[in-house]
Design a protein around this ligand. Sequence first.
Ligand SMILES: C[S@@+](CC[C@H](N)C(=O)[O-])C[C@H]1O[C@@H](n2cnc3c(N)ncnc32)[C@H](O)[C@@H]1O
Length: 369
Amino acid sequence: MPAPDFVTPLTEFAPARLRGLPARFEAQKIAFGPVVFQCVRVAWKSGLLALLDQAGKAGANIEELTEKQAAQSGLSAYAISVVLETALSAGVVRREGGHYSLTRIGDNVLHDEMTQINIDYVHDVCYQGLFALEASLREEKPLGLKALGDWPTVYEGLSELPEPARTSWFKFDHYYSDSAFAQALPPVFARKPRRLMDIGANTGKWSLHCLLHDPEVRLTLLDLPIQLAQARTTLEHAGLLARADLYPIDILDFAAPFPGGMDAVWMSQFLTCFSLTAIGHIFRRAAECLAEGGSVWVLDTFWDRQRHDIASYCLINTSPYFTAIASGNSKMYESSAIVAGAEAQGLRLVETVDDLGLSHSLLRFERAA
Ligand SMILES: C[S@@+](CC[C@H](N)C(=O)[O-])C[C@H]1O[C@@H](n2cnc3c(N)ncnc32)[C@H](O)[C@@H]1O
């Protein structure tokens, strides 16, 4: 009997009585998903995939890999066979005549930035905490967060996350939001805002873009105190602190007002951090603080507004992180939920721009008449 070729769809070698097997095989991929994830990650991090890349189409056998690998991270022939056989089953490598070589899937793990950022984020930030997902869903509390530290939500701990979680979190966050910032500037500044408020300013990246883009705009940055310390450093280094006001706030204190007179209120990848109830209180205060003719802008990743399934897949599967690790009651929302939340607070949607950066949509709201 020939050894299975994991790249061939099961139907091609299954007798008719086993035609139901492809679905059963897909179900096993779910059952063993975490196992495959860990092995493929080790294959990448240990340098095995890079060695196979160098070996090209001819590939390399276990003995050759063991010899080369020993000089790097010292995996034994046994360990390499465990990792590569799982990688084979997942289509990350192929094997011919005992020689392993890289497939296109393996090539993505080794070279694609988005794949690597996602793997690091899932492993360093989410993996251990997701063990507490079921209890977190029941209690709507981020019970998995204690795998990283002792905070009520991840946001209080962002600047103090242990490495490598901290680096992986910020890379994940910035990879997605940064990609949209440059494209979002023209629509926002077409309305020439003089006072712009950046809610959830984080490290101050969007505020920095704005201050560099328009020498006459003044920024007000809102975030938790610990985050604003980071933003201050960013703007200080750029010599732009004079046109910025830092306004520490816990947005979940629903009685805390926002500073008024704003031509534009900006929230990027911010509302995903909160429950629908909290989002209602944020929109209420955002609407109240607008100057005459002002706009509330929401830049976010909505899984229902994606052009490609790959984007919706990544977004939907980020929601369990929000439950188990981030806040316990937030998620990647569909755009209709956010629009309804804004409308309930006297705002109306007047403009939507899709396909910004990797997967963002920009929504503009005005006060309803
Ligand atoms: C996912 S980050 C987005 C940052 C940035 N706007 C971007 O687009 O990259 C969410 C931000 O919301 C802030 N945040 C979360 N909970 C908050 C709270 N209760 N009060 C104030 N800010 C909060 C976090 O500190 C963080 O900077």
